[in-house]
Unconditional design. Structure first.
Lengths: 331, 290, 276
């Protein structure tokens, strides 16, 4: 249950080739995150899997069966939309029961399942309200509830947290992860936020302009980015990328060092502090380093350095990533 | 977001309305064109035959025709100017902080819902009538003889009546557009030192321009076909003083029962309307949201 | 300059605005007033505002004429009939254009708008003749058809703008929840579309009731609605002033009241959604 395979899936809208060709294997029970910048095709890919869009070519298989020409209703998947897409004219109870009603389930069974889902999601006291009377977080839970009762082969999430405020986002992130641990169902999750991706995923698929840049676990992507794009995308603050003479010294076209892998105080590089952010737990520095460009440094704890100071700094041993002229990691 | 299954169904569902409107457009128009080139009078149906452009020539030679054209343009232009200018002013006034804006809107909007024959009849009988009309009583009160509005100033009277009917429409549209304007913009301008007049000229008016163009477009469509008011009051008279092109064609069709001539007149009206439409659509149609 | 508006200003604006409003409304008010006067009082000079003897007999007289109820009924049947027929044709069209638009959808919509620009006199001859030949002349069915065709572009456009406001995601959610197209329409689309359909219906009834071209040219006696009646018989020889006022008031009252509640629909419908 919940194993999804994509073979050479392509999608074009007229002359625009949104997805030039994707191959992907999603194992049963995995939490897979599609991540990438706006317009990279991650939502399109999700909608192709859901059946809301037709593929231009290629095969989508669910649990070994070819589902490419099946309509969404017959694929056994459930989707949580970015705007939750709740039925505004139905109560919460009817919203959650709707898929069961469409499947022809008896009223008694429907009620049982709705109550069970409501309990899991803390919605029991809201069952008779309308979506318009709920807060954003509650609406999102209703959307998840509607998906859960279908007991789908996989859950599809389309940027579900973007409409929530920051603190709610953190809470819901954890709730979704816990849900995954409880249900153990495959989950495909789309987001542009790489922090969500890193914290929630078993496997991350980094997309750029419809192409898969890299697939791997969060730490794999963090420690061994395949190319410049992934290197610059994963990790916050962004990895420092240096081209030119300094890179040539290391035998590469571009080298990269993450801000958290830089030592302050000693090292071969020198620069002037343009910005210093003291958070107490960390110190973030923006350093103008001449030929090396502007670099971001993240130091642990409190570092007494201020605007205008000249500092020496350098990379920790073994933490330099080397990239060739084609942008690929040379390791 | 459409997939194969929805697209096929979609085409089927648009079909009836498109087919109907196509037939509605093509068949009658083709018939009109056909008849316009023939001699065909309902009162002597056996005398019939091809007469080429004779019917058209009749129109262009007839002094009534040119009077009708002028009257049509006067009516449309006059009502447009009155309703738009007054509409803007009244909308601005209603948009001010006042008490009872709701009921006031209801008062202002009312003439639009009065059907044209009744509107015309009210003005003709209760107000403009030289003996029993209210306006006559007012004149007499001031010691003047009552003015024979519909007799002496038929076009002006008609323009007045139609303006009364359509002013609410313009006002309502413009008021809606006004109220959709963000107050932050105006507040920023005020902080920048702009006077009320400047704010109107540089901020409000441009914002309203879209609504104004929509009002002009829509009203023109309807005003070109004004009929009921003329039929009820002047029947195009005295003489041809208040005959517009539509009314002239109506007279040829249903009174003179000259089908050929009326058809030619209809085609002329269609061509005229298309010319106006082209100008309007080019300058204004792009504001419509589709 | 103080931000809060002084009461003085508010009073001034209120007086000015209400003065304008009352002037505009006055003819309607005067008509209603006159409908309750006796004929003598109606033509009294100088005109009486507060007549000594109010009466309802004008209404009774007009209504007891053998034909007035028939004209009224004709108006009702024709307005509602043409609206329902128009909706039946327009709803599927607007649905498909809003939810499954093709490359030509926008062109199609603009074309429909342009058909409204054709002057009715351009097709007067064929309509008149066709109606005579097919026996539709002076029938309610005929008028229902004619008015439906006149207003179809407006109905389609209005429904289209309302349908477009229904988030496509909700329909997609229904699809993912296992709803067939039929179920999608019954359980999700229609309930969400009902307010829009009702608004369109309202506006169209108003437009059909007030229509004063085809209702006059394509009828004589049988199918004539109120518009034709008032147009033909408003000369003072036909009805005296108080009775004319009563007849007029009854003719406009339903739509006046309906109209008061339909301002928003009016704006959206007649501007083809350009102003909302």
């Amino acid at each position: 249950m919940g194993q999804i395979t994509l073979k050479q899936v392509r999608k074009s809208f007229g002359d625009v080739h949104v997805i030039p060709g994707v191959d992907l294997d999603i194992l049963d029970g995995e939490f897979v995150v599609f991540v990438g910048p706006s317009g990279c095709g991650k939502s399109t890919l999700l909608r192709l899997i859901a059946g809301l869009e037709d593929t231009t070519s290629g095969i989508i298989a669910i649990d070994g069966k070819d589902a490419t020409s099946l309509p969404p209703a017959k694929r056994g998947l459930a989707m949580v939309f970015q705007s939750y897409a709740l039925y505004p004219h139905m109560t919460v109870r009817k919203n959650i029961a709707f898929p069961l009603k469409m499947a022809g389930m008896s009223e008694a069974d429907q009620a049982r399942k709705v109550d069970a889902a409501a309990k899991v999601l803390n919605l029991s006291s809201y069952l008779d309200r309308r979506p318009g009377q709920l807060s954003g977080g509650q609406r999102q839970r209703v959307a998840i509830g509607r998906a859960i009762v279908r007991e789908p082969a996989a859950f599809l999430f389309d940027e579900p947290l973007s409409n929530l405020d920051a603190s709610l986002r953190v809470t819901m992130r954890q709730e979704i992860t816990e849900l995954h641990q409880t249900l153990k169902t495959t989950m495909i999750y789309v987001t542009h936020d790489q922090v969500e991706a890193m914290t929630m995923a078993d496997k991350i698929v980094v997309l750029n302009a419809g192409r898969v840049e890299q697939v791997g676990s969060p730490l794999q992507l963090y420690n061994h980015p395949d190319n410049l794009f992934v290197a610059g995308f994963i990790g916050s603050p962004k990895m420092n990328l240096i081209a030119g003479a300094e890179a040539a010294q290391h035998g590469a076209t571009t080298i990269g060092v993450r801000p958290e892998h830089i030592e302050v105080g000693t090292g071969p590089w020198s620069g002037i502090v343009a910005l210093a952010e003291h958070l107490g737990s960390d110190t973030f520095l923006k350093v103008n380093a001449g030929d090396l460009g502007t670099m971001t440094v993240r130091a642990s704890g409190e570092v007494r350095v201020n605007y205008g100071d000249r500092i020496q700094f350098g990379p920790q041993a073994g933490k330099i990533h080397r990239f060739g002229p084609d942008g690929k990691n040379m390791a | 977001m459409s997939t194969q299954s929805t697209r096929a169904a979609a085409r089927l569902m648009v079909a009836p309305s498109v087919i109907l409107l196509l037939i509605w457009m093509i068949v009658p128009l083709a018939m009109t064109i056909y008849f316009s080139f023939r001699l065909y009078r309902l009162l002597s149906p056996d005398r019939t035959g091809w007469v080429g452009f004779n019917n058209y020539v009749w129109f262009f030679n007839s002094p009534d025709f040119w009077v009708a054209i002028v009257n049509t343009l006067l009516l449309v232009g006059g009502v447009l100017v009155i309703t738009v200018v007054l509409g803007v002013l009244i909308a601005l006034l209603i948009d001010q902080p006042i008490w009872g804006q709701g009921p006031l809107r209801i008062l202002v909007i009312s003439p639009f819902f009065v059907m044209p024959p009744v509107a015309a009849s009210i003005w003709e009988n209760l107000f403009m009538h030289p003996q029993n009309g209210l306006l006559a009583a007012v004149s007499r009160g001031f010691g003047y003889d009552p003015i024979l509005y519909l007799e002496s100033y038929p076009m002006a009277s008609l323009i007045f009546i139609v303006s009364w009917e359509w002013l609410p429409f313009a006002t309502l549209i413009l008021l809606t557009a006004l109220q959709s304007m963000s107050s932050e913009q105006l507040e920023a301008a005020e902080m920048d030192g702009a006077s009320a007049l400047s704010r109107f000229r540089y901020l409000v008016l441009p914002h309203l321009s879209r609504a104004i163009t929509v009002v002009i477009l829509i009203q023109t469509i309807f005003l070109l076909g004004i009929f009921g008011e003329i039929f009820t009051t002047t029947q195009g008279g005295p003489g041809n003083a208040s005959t517009t092109l539509p009314y002239m064609i109506y007279k040829q069709a249903l009174i003179a029962k000259d089908i050929g001539r009326a058809a030619a007149g209809g085609i002329i009206a269609v061509i005229l309307a298309n010319i106006v439409a082209i100008f309007l659509m080019r300058g204004i149609g792009k504001h419509l949201d589709a | 300059m103080a931000r809060t508006v002084t009461t003085q200003r508010k009073v001034a604006y209120t007086l000015a605005a209400w003065a304008v409003g009352l002037v505009i409304f006055f003819p309607v008010f005067w008509t209603i007033l006159t409908s309750f006067k006796t004929e003598a009082s109606a033509v009294a000079s100088p005109p009486e505002f507060l007549a000594a003897d109010w009466t309802l007999e004008n209404y009774a007289d007009v209504w007891s004429r053998s034909d007035y109820p028939r004209f009224f009924w004709n108006s009702v049947v024709i307005s509602i009939g043409s609206t329902l027929l128009g909706l039946a044709i327009a709803i599927p069209a607007a649905w498909s254009m809003a939810f499954a638009p093709g490359k030509r959808t926008k062109d199609l919509l603009m074309w429909m708008l342009s058909t409204k620009m054709m002057p009715a006199v351009g097709v007067l001859i064929p309509m008149y003749l066709l109606f005579q030949w097919t026996g539709l002349f002076d029938t309610r069915i005929g008028l229902i058809l004619a008015l439906m065709l006149m207003n179809l572009p407006i109905i389609v456009w209005m429904l289209y703008t309302y349908f477009k406001e229904i988030p496509a995601e909700i329909l997609e959610a229904a699809r993912m929840d296992g709803a067939s197209l039929r179920n999608e329409i019954i359980y999700v689309l229609t309930p969400m579309a009902i307010p829009g359909i009702a608004s369109t219906m309202l506006l169209n009834i108003i437009l059909a009731w007030n229509e004063a071209f085809w209702t006059i040219t394509l009828t004589t006696v049988d199918a004539a609605p109120l518009s034709a009646f008032i147009a033909s018989f408003s000369a003072p020889q036909g009805l005296f002033y108080a009775k004319l006022s009563a007849a007029s008031t009854m003719a406009i009252a339903p739509i006046l009241i309906v109209g008061w509640f339909s301002q928003k629909q009016l704006v959206r419908g007649l501007t083809f959604g350009a102003v909302k």
